[in-house]
Design a protein around this ligand. Sequence first.
Ligand code: GLC
Length: 420
Amino acid sequence: MKKAIAILGLTTALAGASQAGAVTVTLACGTVGQELQLCKEGAARWAKKTGNTVKIFESPNLTNDRLGLYQQQLAAKSSDIDVYQLDVIWPGLLSQHFVDLKGKIPASEVNTHFKGIVAANTVGGKLVSMPWFTDAGLLYYRTDLLKKYGYNAPPKTWAEMATMARKIQSGEQKTNKGFAGFVFQGKNYEGLTCNALEWVSSFGGGTIVDDSGKVTINNAKAALALDTAAGWIRDISPRGVTTYGEEEARGIFQSGNAAFMRNWPYAWALGQSDDSKVKGKIGVAPLPAGVGGKPAATLGGWNLGVSQYSKNQAAAIDLVRYLTGPAEQKIRAIEGAYNPTITTLYQDKAILAKNPFFGSLYSVFTNAVARPSGPTKSKYNQVSQAFSTAVSSVLNGNTKGQAAVAKLNTDLARIKGRGW
Ligand code: GLC
């Protein structure tokens, strides 16, 4: 694993004023959008304050790749990384490798965060990680183009979205051949699980596996949701959308080449930056509803946990407390549109001024739909891979929704075995 660190790690030492007893802590940061930059800056502020040093471990972009790398590190009981950035779906999978933060971080501090997110970070009573930022799927749209083509509000249903996207796309393609109606995360990975859960849930087709652990995916509403999404390909979405992750979709939208985009909140800050072609022309709305359903946003987000194998646990815990605290969450919200997990920050004027949708779409964040990582525990990753693979085969035209959900039902029953 040393090798992987050398290749992917590109470690940067952020030293503060030297101090007796100062230690070096390695922090694994994400690299999507501005993640790395903001992570480095936050770590540098802590280093300066404490006199310790932080080394940054650059993690891969896709959450699946991060998980693979982290699992290797943790299985080897490596002490190379002290603080890990954990996806909200991982605590069940990785809990045994992390320090129980309960009692180490005062309850009064933990309780400032959304209860549901703290619960997602708690496995069998153990607080595996501290909430850092939360995510929910959003519909981004071009306010200027909606107006140009005669629409005065974003779409409320997927059918309306497709009609609007088709009209805007055909008009814009007269001068811009590559213009797309709708871009999303269609590559076969965790991001597709998030997108497809939104489609299925918004059609009233459930959450793949319900809270009691029952597999629920084999239903007509879920099948219709997948067929609807497959119908977008080559109509309002380019064929290539089946290879897009978050950053590919953002690249197209931000360069002015798409009318609608499904993405997480971070895309807002970058879309409004000075070098963005769509600065001042972006609207954010809840994702549309399916036939007879309600809009659904998948719950995402990232948390910070301290490795059991860390040789500097006290300093690592202090770094986690600092980074997940209100001052840092405020900076990250203002500079990067990373949604705070501390409830009171949603009343902060400076944060709301920079991200008006944190206020107007507050209920989208608090009602986001969780992936079934709770009920499926350590098997979640297999469940998600089976789901995204089934969805991918529908998007690629290899199978139809009904056949895909029926096969998935069998696959999930096999993965479940005698229980999750
Ligand atoms: C975002 C979400 C995370 C999700 C990932 C999928 O990073 O915060 O929860 O797993 O996207 O690509």
